[in-house]
Design a protein around this ligand. Structure first.
Ligand code: CTP
Ligand code: CA
Length: 227
């Protein structure tokens, strides 16, 4: 039995994490994006590195900086770029955590000149981006795959649906409607749920603290799989 803050639980393991939003361009001065500071994903990267993992962090546009020097950071902008980079590092990874807030849609046409406003309302046609996490779930062999779910209603029901639909080993459910949870803040409240539907509820805490607890849950569940 490992202690709560045990270092070295991930020595020799390759961990791949995605963080932050993606940004989908409309014209040279405008884009669509999601609310996401990147803090949760960056905290997970730091927590995994602190346990001895070799970490690759695929980061959408964010102001976050890494403190640990031994984390390999790959910057991306769009969902398509994030898809490419996640698939590049996926095959060699042992643990993959998708904390990023990926845009579900992007403008169907990207205009090379700035769009001028019209007199009346305007309509913009949007198309779906690729579901990166789902595509990783389809490709999974040895990887322990962890998704996030941002929900405003019935978080557990929707979270479990995503766990099954995307062939995940665990999901971190984030009730973004709760005070102290979600986006720009330094704190979060989450529930970690594994394939067996065992739930670990994590009360309001700093994202760094939540990240440590999540990494400990992952290490525990990976051990159970090996045995
Ligand atoms: N995700 C992804 N690629 C997308 C959309 C989502 O990889 N194009 C990942 C997110 O990184 C997250 C998980 O899927 O780990 C769940 O994201 P979420 O937005 O909560 O769920 P969706 O499946 O997009 O469903 P919806 O937004 O309709 O609730
Ligand atoms: Ca979504």
């Amino acid at each position: 039995q490992q202690g709560k803050n045990s270092a070295g639980g991930l020595t020799g393991k390759k961990v791949l994490i995605s963080a932050g939003p993606t940004r989908e361009k409309i014209d040279p001065v405008r884009y669509f994006t999601n609310r996401s500071s990147g803090k949760m994903g960056f905290a997970l990267a730091e927590a995994a590195a602190a346990q001895g993992a070799e970490v690759t962090l695929v980061a959408g546009p964010t102001d976050q900086q890494l403190e640990a020097k031994n984390i390999h950071r790959v910057n991306v902008v769009t969902a398509e770029e994030m898809y490419e980079e996640m698939h590049r590092y996926f095959p060699a990874s042992d643990i993959v955590i998708k904390a990023a807030a990926v845009a579900d849609y992007r403008p169907k046409n990207v205009f090379s000149e700035k769009m001028k406003k019209q007199m009346g309302p305007m309509q913009l046609e949007m198309e779906r981006t690729k579901d990166i996490l789902k595509s990783l779930g389809e490709k999974k062999d040895k990887q322990f795959l962890v998704g996030f779910a941002a929900e405003t209603t019935e978080p557990l029901r929707y979270g479990l649906q995503k766990l099954r639909a995307k062939n995940l080993d665990a999901i971190v459910i984030n009730n973004v409607a709760t005070e102290g949870a979600g986006f720009e803040g330094d704190t979060n409240i989450v529930t970690y749920v594994n394939k067996e539907e065992a739930q670990d509820e994590m009360a309001l805490a700093a994202k760094s603290e939540i990240a440590e607890q999540l990494i400990n849950c992952i290490v525990r569940d990976m051990k159970d799989e090996v045995l």
